[in-house]
Design a protein around this ligand. Structure first.
Ligand SMILES: [Zn+2]
Length: 298
């Protein structure tokens, strides 16, 4: 279900590519399960639900989409594992619900190139979504990725191999739709990116700032609100965990001072929140929440 928000004069929408089960140990790393299960109860297989949210921003310079979810190139086995029954009614369905089509998108910001963020950047051209020629899901859009993340994704190692799939971006590079950039970018007067290393070397978050209000799309710099409340809680997915802690320390202070609206991409309970003073420092006061779902049959 999409959520529409207003930051100053900028209207934006939180879209969702779907909820799917992920091993709780992936999200909570070395944190003992006895502690993290107080935040989210895992099922019998230790799986917890994970959302895959995107942000759609309406600007004077056009329509900006941040991340593309898992997309529709997954095979039948993969789709079943992730609990995806509908093919295109996830992110694209949410996009239509707020009044747009893939053709309307002018810019796609890829926060990084993991499969759950960039899988929807391209799709099979076949009518039944079976493997065939690839096309850009957003045919009129320019796509943006960080050079260091593209390098990391292009030459994966044994650990990172499973999440980097060249079919998600190779075509966009070949047809010059993918612009490779270095460092933080000013996109429009109200939208900019911010480098947040830790999860990957050059993860890019997105800020919206207008009329004294601000929104921060955290991407995987902070998956769940619980990761913001406890800086030492770092997902096992992060390739530079100590850097992740320092990145969160910086973000938390800045967002607290500015009363920024935080958007959590994977948190199955807290969609948005703001930081307020707590016993251990700033902590998230949830704004939009969702009832988490755990598929006990997974
Ligand atoms: Zn992710």
């Amino acid at each position: 279900m999409p959520y529409t928000l207003q930051i100053g004069k900028v209207r934006c929408h939180i879209l969702n590519d779907g909820l799917h089960p992920v091993d709780g140990g992936g999200f909570f790393g070395v944190v003992p399960r006895l502690l993290w299960q107080r935040v989210i109860e895992p099922n019998a297989d230790n799986m917890i639900p994970s959302d895959t949210r995107s942000l759609l921003i309406e600007t004077d310079a056009g329509l900006i989409l941040v991340d593309t979810g898992n997309g529709d190139k997954l095979g039948a086995k993969e789709r079943q594992r992730m609990g995806f029954t509908g093919r295109t009614e996830r992110l694209i369905g949410d996009l239509r619900k707020v009044g747009y089509t893939p053709e309307d998108v002018n810019l796609v910001i890829l926060t990084h190139l993991h499969g759950d963020h960039v899988g929807g950047a391209t799709r099979w051209a076949t009518a039944d979504h079976t493997p065939g020629p690839l096309i850009a899901t957003f045919p009129n859009a320019r796509y943006l990725a960080q050079r260091i993340d593209l390098a990391e994704a292009s030459f994966p190692n044994e650990r990172t191999n499973a999440t980097f799939h060249a079919e998600n971006w190779q075509l966009l590079l070949a047809n010059r739709q993918l612009e490779v950039v270095d460092g933080p970018q000013r996109i429009t007067p109200t939208v900019r990116t911010d480098i947040a290393p830790g999860h990957t070397a050059a993860l890019q978050m997105v800020w919206i700032e207008d009329q004294g209000e601000s929104l921060l799309f955290l991407t995987d710099a902070c998956n769940w609100a619980a990761h913001m409340n406890r800086l030492a809680w770092v997902p096992a997915f992060d390739i530079f965990p100590i850097t992740s802690i320092e990145t969160k320390r910086r973000i938390r202070q800045e967002a607290f001072e500015r009363n920024t609206l935080l958007v959590f991409q994977h948190d199955a309970q807290v969609v948005t929140g703001r930081l307020v003073s707590g016993d251990r420092g700033p902590e998230v006061k949830p704004d939009i929440t969702e009832a988490a779902w755990v598929d006990s049959t997974v």
